[in-house]
Design a protein around this ligand. Structure first.
Ligand code: HEC
Length: 145
């Protein structure tokens, strides 16, 4: 059930966001940007609930965390090849420190997996966002311009 929902979300999110990156010529760069945007979309689901812009829905929050964990698992593969594009914000350091890049992806995955079972009530959302946001920042600070 949960996997089915995940697959549908991936397709829906991916097709919508592809349009937002129409200036990117390198297909591999496009794919990794789409992956990042999909992570962002799922963060927004949790963020909107945390800000009470949408009603609390534990199931949807946990599903968003599962989706983020799924994208996190794909992240090293999406960045495995040294690919660049004028529109890319990726720093070449990624490919000099790929073990660290992979570890930072794995950290995001682990935090998201924990949250996919532990987020149960509205009070859980703000700390969840902080914990996840920390994993984004750690990698962006090192590897994104
Ligand atoms: C392991 C490293 C890593 C982690 C963890 C990570 N990112 Fe990224 N992210 C990147 C890199 C590198 C880029 C730049 C990619 C490019 O432009 O080629 C990027 C780009 C982005 C972009 C811009 C995509 C676009 O359209 O150009 C968004 C949005 C984003 N990340 C959101 C997030 C969020 C939200 C999280 C945490 C939940 C996160 N990222 C975690 C490495 C990471």
């Amino acid at each position: 059930m949960r996997l089915g929902v995940f697959a549908v979300c991936v397709v829906a999110a991916t097709s919508g966001i592809a349009l937002a990156h129409s200036g990117v010529k390198n297909a591999a760069v496009m794919q990794r940007m789409i992956g990042m945007s999909d992570i962002s979309e799922n963060m927004k689901i949790i963020g909107d609930m945390a800000k009470r812009q949408t009603p609390f829905d534990g199931e949807a929050a946990r599903a968003a965390a599962v989706a983020i964990a799924g994208y996190a698992a794909q992240t090293p593969e999406l960045f495995a090849a040294f690919e660049m594009d004028p529109k890319s914000e990726a720093k070449p350091d990624i490919w000099d420190n790929f073990d660290d890049f992979r570890a930072k992806s794995m950290h995001m995955q682990n935090v998201a997996m924990d949250l996919s079972t532990s987020m149960r009530q509205p009070e859980d959302l703000v700390p969840a966002l902080a914990a996840l946001g920390e994993t984004c920042r750690a990698c962006h600070k090192a590897y994104r311009d």
